[in-house]
Design a protein around this ligand. Structure first.
Ligand code: SF4
Ligand code: SF4
Length: 96
C-alpha cells in the first residue's frame, strides 16, 4: 500500500484554550451525520483539558470523515477552537 493511500484532504486543528464549551460543534456534527441535534451522537467529545480544567473538544478519529473537506464543526465554532487547514495531510486532527 502506498503512502498516498493514507493522505487526507486536510487537518482539523484544535486549540483547546479558545473553547468556551458552547457545544455548537457537537450539535452541528450530530445534525450533519445523523439528522438530529444530539451531542451524544456527535464525532466530538468534550473533555477536560488537564492543564487548566477547561472543556476542550476532542475529535473521534474513527467516524469523523472530515465532512468530505468542508467540516461543519469548524464552520460552527466561532471562537477558533476548531479550525480546518486544507491540503494533503497525514493526520486528521492536530492539537496546538
Ligand atoms: S470547540 Fe468551539 S463550538 Fe465547540 S464547544 Fe468549544 S467553543 Fe463551542
Ligand atoms: S469534520 Fe468530523 S467531527 Fe467535524 S463535523 Fe465533520 S464528521 Fe463531525
Amino acid at each position: 500500500m502506498s503512502h498516498e493511500d493514507h493522505t487526507l484532504p486536510g487537518t482539523l486543528v484544535i486549540r483547546a484554550e479558545h473553547c468556551r464549551g458552547c457545544r455548537s460543534c457537537q450539535l452541528a456534527c450530530s445534525f450533519a451525520k445523523t439528522g438530529t441535534f444530539n451531542p451524544a451522537r456527535s464525532m466530538i467529545v468534550m473533555e477536560r483539558h488537564l492543564a487548566d480544567g477547561r472543556a476542550a473538544p476532542m475529535i473521534k478519529p474513527i467516524g469523523c470523515d472530515l465532512c468530505g473537506g468542508d467540516p461543519v464543526c469548524a464552520n460552527a465554532c466561532k471562537y477558533g477552537a476548531i479550525t480546518y487547514e486544507a491540503g494533503p495531510s497525514d493526520v486528521k486532527v492536530a492539537i496546538r
